[in-house]
Design a binder for this molecule. Structure first.
Ligand SMILES: NC(=O)c1ccc[n+]([C@@H]2O[C@H](COP(=O)([O-])OP(=O)(O)OC[C@H]3O[C@@H](n4cnc5c(N)ncnc54)[C@H](OP(=O)(O)O)[C@@H]3O)[C@@H](O)[C@H]2O)c1
Length: 263
């Protein structure tokens, strides 16, 4: 194998000339990842389920660092909309070198109370849409012999919450897909990894964490004794999306403050 020689680490983190789609980057963890990729030179397709003030705000922040970035919206619960998203990026000549499948839906309900509609929606957005996006974008990555696929999972792959059985299962299915595809894509250099957040302060749990009793119960079981901020996943995502992480594939990186460790 040809030795490519020494490259400065700062060059290996560079994403100049790359394009990324970060799903669910209008807000929360996805926005933090989109900002990090933009900071390192990537053109980013910032995405939300629909046009919104959050999406406009995220794009404005991303564009401060990466002016060629743009926004797209598609409801990933709708297979036709997912196909439309792939078509839109192709039409813009912006097929991504980097896919970060971050958007998800989450319903809290006991295993015997969750409705078929809620179960289907979680599987569609959290698992099937990821597969559909990979099917849309990976062929070009494989041909180019460069690509990065990062799924955003959850600490619940290791430590499932009793009221989120289907959500946890959808993330587990996604992680299994990652290991399967990493092996198949490996010979081309395209990497596939899973990044698992622990407890992050984002819109989905802002209200719950604002309750001091619940908030303390949560932070008490986290070894770092605090929950994370949305940008706390950005460093790990940048590693997985850049050449600095080119020898990492098929793995899960937990960004969970130690929450998944055994008691
Ligand atoms: N927050 C946590 O503590 C935590 C813990 C473990 C794992 N995670 C995972 O981390 C990822 C990001 O979570 P977050 O807390 O940052 O989320 P969030 O703040 O609730 O934001 C979710 C993003 O996903 C988009 N989205 C939701 N449903 C969608 C749909 N049907 N179609 C398209 N886009 C959709 C939203 O779009 P709009 O802005 O248009 O609504 C939004 O931009 C998720 O995969 C989540 O499961 C989070």
């Amino acid at each position: 194998m040809k030795d490519e020689g020494f490259r400065k680490l700062s060059d290996m983190f560079s994403l100049k000339g790359r394009t990324a789609l970060v799903t669910g980057s209008a807000r929360g963890i996805g926005r933090g990842i989109a900002l990090a990729l933009a900071e390192f030179g990537c053109r980013v397709a910032v995405h939300g389920s629909k046009p919104s003030g959050h999406l406009d705000e995220a794009l404005a922040l991303v564009r401060e660092m990466s002016p060629e970035s743009f926004s797209v919206s598609a409801n990933l619960a709708d297979r036709k909309a997912v196909a439309g998203l792939v078509d839109e990026l192709r039409a813009r000549d912006a097929m991504p070198d980097i896919l970060v499948a971050n958007a998800s839906v989450q319903y809290r309900a006991k295993w015997n109370e969750i409705t078929p509609v809620q179960a289907d929606e979680q599987m569609q957005v959290n698992f099937h849409s990821t597969l559909q996006l990979v099917q849309g974008f990976a062929p070009r990555m494989l041909e180019a012999k460069w690509g990065r696929i990062v799924t955003v999972g959850s600490v619940q792959e290791r430590r499932p919450h009793p009221d989120m059985a289907v959500y946890a299962a959808s993330k587990g299915a996604q992680e299994n897909l990652v290991r399967n595809l990493a092996k198949q894509f490996g010979p081309t250099g395209v990497t596939v990894n899973n990044l698992c957040p622990g407890v992050f302060l984002t819109d989905r749990n802002r209200e719950a964490l604002a309750d001091p009793v619940y908030g303390k119960a949560v932070t008490d079981v986290i070894p770092l004794h605090r929950y994370a901020m949305p940008h706390d996943a950005a460093g790990a995502a940048l590693l997985l999306c850049s050449d600095a992480g080119r020898y990492i594939t098929g793995t899960t990186i937990l960004v969970d403050g130690g929450l998944s460790l055994p008691k």
